[in-house]
Ligand binder design. Structure first.
Ligand code: 3HC
Length: 311
């Protein structure tokens, strides 16, 4: 009976066994993974927009090539993750419909505008930096296809973070205007980057169950703290100020204490009322429609193959 099946399933998870597509799994485990993996994929694809709009305006050919490579990587991460979600028995069309209908989320961070060239470097340094902290732990998630996708994604994320930090370093060491541009971008992206890790553990709807099933290996707050601890020294090295008057090293804790996140803003953005939510979704809907001829060509080709083998 299903309680015995669930007991055996939990035993496998407790023994650090990977769960594979053909294994028995609780329907709620399947649904939780489809939710998280597809929203992760949506985030990667929507995340191409704030940076993509700077490819034609990069200051040098070198910066243009690096940004082009990064944005292409993000698209690839999205496709990789959609494929991992599909192993759980959901179709790509269904996942895209949920994004377009607003029933599926994507990372709040991508609903902020990228106003200057400095934003591109700050996004690489902070957003990809935060994504790496989260995704390194997801390499050990209990669902096989997701964990293996993360190994590949993490390799490419380190390049994303390094190129971003290096770009901000060039600005911080440049003219006063360039340094001011970097500081302005840091002021705008710092707090939204902390929101990437989700609500406090106590307010997190999924964390308890996701930790039990080892979908989530570390809590939202502990990953956020790790990100702050590693990033503050990097900002100091650049001579940039983090916009948080409560930020200070706490010797007893061995961590940085920092201010409270604006959770009203967080709720606003994830419920569709952030600065760029409508624009990001409209862009994705338009791009999806513009690509319909490609999907139609694939379907026509498949039909031809089927006719040929007389299936
Ligand atoms: N943006 C949007 N929604 C968020 C969010 C955020 N920053 N943080 C939490 N949420 C949503 C959750 O999805 C959930 O809503 P749902 O039930 O409709 O899905 C709700 O808020 C409650 O949050 P929980 O903490 O209970 O949800 P999770 O246990 O899923 O934890 C998470 C949230 C830590 C983001 C987790 O889903 C996760 O680790 N996801 C995989 C990583 C990911 O998606 N990263 C997004 C960025 S990808 C990226 O940055 C690309 C890089 O290359 C630039």
């Amino acid at each position: 009976d299903s309680t015995e099946l669930e007991r055996r399933f939990q035993l496998r998870v407790d023994e650090e066994q990977r769960i594979e597509p053909k294994d028995w799994m609780p329907e709620k485990y399947r649904a939780n993974l489809i939710r998280q993996i597809s929203q992760h994929a949506h985030s990667e694809v929507i995340g191409m927009q704030p940076e993509g709009c700077w490819i034609t305006r990069a200051p040098t050919l070198h910066r243009k090539i690096v940004l082009l490579a990064k944005v292409q990587d993000e698209g690839g991460h999205g496709l990789y993750l959609y494929s991992a979600a599909e192993t759980l028995g959901v179709s790509r069309e269904e996942l895209i419909d949920r994004l377009h209908s607003g029933s599926a989320k994507y990372a709040s961070i991508f609903n902020y505008p990228s106003l200057t060239w400095a934003d591109v470097g700050i996004i690489g340094w902070l957003v990809d930096g935060a994504a790496i902290v989260n995704q390194i732990t997801l390499q050990r998630t209990s669902y096989g296809p997701y964990a293996r996708a993360m190994v590949r994604v993490c390799k490419e994320e380190s390049f994303h973070q390094r190129q971003g930090y290096q770009s901000v370093m060039a600005l911080a060491r440049g003219s006063d205007e360039q340094k001011a541009m970097a500081q302005d971008a840091l002021d705008r992206w710092w707090w939204p980057s902390l929101m990437m890790f989700g609500p406090h553990d106590g307010e997190s709807a999924h964390s308890a169950q996701s930790m039990k099933w080892k979908i989530k290996r570390e809590s939202n707050d502990s990953l956020r703290q790790r990100f702050v601890d590693q990033t503050v020294p990097q900002a100091e090295y650049l001579g940039l100020r983090i916009p948080d008057s409560k930020l200070r090293w706490n010797e007893e804790r061995g961590h940085y204490d920092f201010g409270e996140i604006n959770w009203e803003e967080f709720e606003n953005v994830i419920s569709g009322n952030g600065p760029c939510n409508r624009q990001r979704l409209a862009h994705h809907v338009q791009a999806h429609q513009d690509g319909d001829w490609v999907r139609e060509a694939v379907r026509a080709y498949d039909r031809k193959q089927l006719d040929r083998v007389g299936a």
